[in-house]
Design a protein around this ligand. Structure first.
Ligand code: FES
Length: 71
């Protein structure tokens, strides 16, 4: 799935746990990185949850962070 077809994806997170969020759009486990970025210039962004909640991971390339602000 590419960034062009995704707006955002909800991800349930657990307080204190780290998540590596896909930046390249090639992960089969999007929004989580699965290592598919290997031959690209992208690398995953580490996100540490500060509470048990649901976050919106951005699927477009208009945002400066992986957390969507247009949801
Ligand atoms: S698979 Fe996209 S950043 Fe790792």
């Amino acid at each position: 799935m590419s960034f062009e077809t995704k707006k955002f994806t909800k991800l349930d997170v657990v307080s204190g746990k780290s998540y590596f969020l896909c930046q390249c759009g090639h992960s089969a486990k999007f929004p989580l990185c699965d290592g598919s970025h290997k031959n690209t210039s992208f690398s995953p962004e580490k996100y540490v949850a500060t509470s048990d909640t649901s976050i919106s991971v951005c699927g477009c390339d208009e945002n400066k962070t992986v957390i969507c602000d247009c949801a």
